[in-house]
Design a protein around this ligand. Sequence first.
Ligand SMILES: Cc1cc2nc3c(=O)[nH]c(=O)nc-3n(C[C@H](O)[C@H](O)[C@H](O)COP(=O)(O)O)c2cc1C
Length: 357
Amino acid sequence: MPKSEEGAPLVRDPQSKAHHIDACLTSAVEYTKSAGFDRYDFENQALPEVSLEHIDLSASLVGKTMKAPLMIAPMTGGIDRAHAINRRLAAAAEHFGLAMGVGSQRVGIETVDRADFFKVREVAPSIVLFANFGVGQLAKGWGVDEARRAVAMIGADALFLHMNPIQEAAQGGDVDFRGLVPRIKALCSAMRAEGVPVFAREVGFGVSADAAKRLVDAGIAGIDCGGAGGTSWAKVEGICAKTERRRKMGLAFGEWGIPTAESIVAVRSVSARVPLIATGGLRSGLDLAKALALGADVGAMARPMLVAADKGEEALAGFIADTLDELRIAMFGIGAADLDGLRGTRFLRETHHASRR
Ligand SMILES: Cc1cc2nc3c(=O)[nH]c(=O)nc-3n(C[C@H](O)[C@H](O)[C@H](O)COP(=O)(O)O)c2cc1C
């Protein structure tokens, strides 16, 4: 087995998934800086001309309808405990008509007997479901075959390619990111021919305008700008590190990243049309409303969903219902009857008094 400079194995231990879950159940993994939504306020409309009861949250992604523009961001899979969490999340996604992604399926592709621990279709037959693996694997030679296997493994509608250079560097993982654009282009083209949209997503350090342009030019079907201000993956790796050196390295980059609100604007400056998911530091329905008003098509949450799911099914359902109610009330407050009315609204303004959460 290859070793890192400290002697720790470089091949990922499936139990690291459990460490990530435990770390992410604590608030120590959160950024200190904000995701940027507090820099914006909606301008209240005293005569909104809509009925709160009739606000329409329906959305669509990869050609399928969702009851609301909210996604459970990819987190986990591949071990028994992760499977139980994913099944609980997926059942809630089915109930509320949300989209969902599973965590990196690398372990399920490399170790066939782990594949079953990613499956959720039994409890979520109709949701928009994303498969997932990292661009680091593409750089090492993965391609269409692995993409097909990831999608088939869970009956997915689309594939996420996650981009996480800073996380990989912090943990001493796959750090050769050369030559990826032509590989992404070839994969997108082959999967498009099979009717499988390929989205690229940052895990929480944000997508710049430059990166977005390269992705759009490569023919990506959509982008999740996964920005900073929520769960910091450098902090997670620092907290989970097996050596003092890696711990320090992770924490040194703990505040690295483009805040999510900024990243939404950056991606939209490159393409008005590319389907855009916004993840990273969305912590309420009001944050979700602001993400959509800034130009995202769908907002996604990871850690808040994990924390709620850990408390139980009821807590998870309550959290999602409250989030959607907040979104509805924000739309009511600016007179937006549906998502077309919220996106690009003239009633979102910069506050000029940014404050920390
Ligand atoms: C426990 C946990 C595991 C995660 N694992 C993955 C993963 O395997 N693949 C991925 O693309 N993102 C992964 N993420 C990142 C999230 O999808 C998301 O981009 C990030 O946590 C920021 O969102 P948040 O602030 O709402 O948590 C994980 C997040 C959590 C909390």
